[in-house]
Design a protein around this ligand. Structure first.
Ligand SMILES: Cc1cc2nc3c(=O)[nH]c(=O)nc-3n(C[C@H](O)[C@H](O)[C@H](O)COP(=O)(O)OP(=O)(O)OC[C@H]3O[C@@H](n4cnc5c(N)ncnc54)[C@H](O)[C@@H]3O)c2cc1C
Length: 491
């Protein structure tokens, strides 16, 4: 069905994030008409208030920290001045440029090959019937958009816990990174309490501490980074504490209140009540799929127990012409909330919806992920516990970064690497690394997992010396040899 009227499209997309854009671009490649809707800022979370602003500011904070803490005797510590409002202004400029280049410029006119334009209708969309969305713009203008096929790509938002006092207390979420919205934080807090122990809490916690805030991370789990290898969590906790962050684990938040110029958080810790205070509170407990109040119940789209849109391996919902991808599907099909996953799946959903070719299945078995703390955490595949839960008889080994020649050479031996393998086949099923450049190194492991590599494959591959990627070779060797008794190049 090619559109005859302005408001009828081959693909109607709720959202305009990286998932939506990948789907719209693929629709265009297939010669189909696509329209996106956006209730906030064009481009969604990643560019406006997620990956891009966080990584921009985290790098600035690293420069400040490294200047003040040179790892080399012979280098004198230097104190860089931190003009936080100016840093925020440059962050906003980077966002604007990136958004113009990679999002806004793709909209509008038909491209030179004569493919149909990608349209964007600003405003919040609500499905009023299985093919129709009513979109209400901020000026109250309403448009009805009709799609032969529909893609739900509404992403996710910070999950706000039901904590007594929170609704009357000012607090921040990761939306503090945003621009063009009044949630943006433009002044550096003197002190910051962070509720949560996941990647957003840790990335932003270390960043604020390096800029000069006094940071306390309060999490209810027995350690930070629940779901990750315990060796990684322990080692990162130690590193962050050494940098001066206070990390409080096993703390059940009981209530919060506005006190003086700041906030007071009451927790139950080891059976007794403790109060933590700070100028600002950042709630970074979890994220929830954006599935409320968009008409899904009305049109009959099924959600799972976490509120994510339920999809089959083709990313189809229970309605034949409605598809969903990106953060909004949560952990369905073993997906993860990350930009490249949404972009990959948005394209696949558009293919399945529009191409008329055989349906493609998503494969979420190999998704490398990185936490951009310093040093970085990077993981792919299964943890020890996950492998056991799946009935894989596995073996695991962990070695410290001090075993890696490059880490020693550059005087940064923080972190560990752990490998999980199938005991019988010796196939590697998971790798977790905390160390310099772990986010780059993990791609070798991801490719290896994709092609079913064994520890021998890691050992036989000649690695560049001295690189952090040698950590993979060394941890593979460690199953059979003492890695402290090797010559250079892990031989
Ligand atoms: C602080 C932070 C740091 C992150 N860092 C990374 C990182 O380094 N690497 C990485 O891979 N991922 C990172 N992520 C995750 C990443 O941002 C998300 O996984 C990704 O943006 C999801 O894309 P999406 O298109 O599915 O959803 P989104 O980008 O959230 O887009 C959905 C859009 O739909 C809009 N919308 C919702 N409801 C409606 C409606 N009813 N009508 C119209 N529009 C609607 C929303 O306003 C939103 O703009 C980070 C996230 C955060 C919060």
């Amino acid at each position: 069905m090619t559109s005859m009227k302005n408001d009828v499209y081959d693909l109607l997309i709720l959202g305009s994030g990286s998932t939506a854009f990948a789907a719209a671009i693929h629709a265009q490649d297939l010669g189909k008409t696509a329209v996106m809707t956006e209730g906030r800022t064009l481009g969604g979370t990643c560019v406006n208030r997620g990956c891009l602003p966080s990584k921009n500011l985290i790098e600035a904070a690293r420069l400040v920290y490294d200047a003040a803490h040179p790892r080399y005797p012979g280098l004198t510590p230097a104190r860089l001045g931190v003009d936080f409002p100016a840093l925020i202004a440059q962050k906003d400029e980077v966002i604007r440029e990136y958004r113009d280049q990679h999002y806004a410029s793709l909209l509008g006119d038909a491209n030179e090959t004569g493919q149909p334009p990608i349209e964007l209708v600003p405003g919040r969309a609500v499905l009023v019937d299985p093919h129709t969305a009513r979109v209400t713009a901020s000026n109250g203008e309403v448009r009805q958009l009709v799609g032969d096929q529909v893609l739900i790509a509404t992403g996710s938002s910070p999950l706000i816990p039901d904590l007594p006092g929170l609704s009357e207390t000012p607090y921040l979420t990761s939306d503090l990174l945003t621009n063009q919205e009044n949630l943006e934080l433009t002044e550096l807090p003197r002190s910051l309490l962070i509720l949560g122990g996941g990647y957003i809490a840790l990335e932003l916690g270390q960043m604020f501490a390096r800029f000069g805030s006094q940071v306390t991370i309060v999490t209810r789990g027995p350690s930070i980074l629940s779901g990750y290898e315990p060796e990684i969590a322990e080692s990162l906790t130690e590193i962050l504490r050494e940098e001066g962050l206070q990390i409080v684990t096993g703390a059940q938040a009981r209530s919060v209140r506005h006190e003086g110029d700041g906030v007071a958080l009451v927790v139950k810790l080891h059976g007794s009540s403790r109060t933590f205070t700070a100028e600002q509170l950042l709630v970074a407990t979890a994220r929830r799929p954006n599935t409320q109040d968009i008409g899904l119940e009305r049109v009959g789209v099924t959600l799972d127990g976490t509120g994510a849109v339920r999809v089959d391996p083709h990313l189809r919902t229970n309605m034949a012409h409605i598809w969903a991808a990106g953060d909004v599907i949560g952990r369905e099909t073993e997906s993860q909330m990350a930009t490249p996953v949404g972009a990959h799946d948005g394209k696949l959903a558009a293919h399945n919806a529009l191409s008329g070719e055989s349906l493609q299945k998503v494969d979420h078995t190999v998704i490398p992920r990185t936490i951009f703390t310093d040093p970085q955490v990077a993981v792919v595949g299964l943890t020890d516990e996950e492998a056991n839960a799946r009935g894989i008889a596995c073996r695991c080994n962990t070695i410290p970064m001090s075993a890696v020649p490059r880490a020693g050479a550059i005087r940064d031996t923080r972190g560990v690497i752990k490998m999980v393998l199938d005991r019988t086949s010796r196939r590697v099923v998971g790798v977790s690394m905390l160390g310099v450049n772990a986010g780059e190194v993990i791609h070798e492991a991801a490719m290896a997992l994709r092609f079913g590599a064994t520890t021998d494959d890691f050992i036989d591959l000649i690695h560049v010396y001295p690189t952090m990627a040698e950590a993979l070779k060394l941890v593979a060797i460690s199953f059979t040899k003492d890695v402290n008794r090797l010559s250079c190049c892990a031989s």
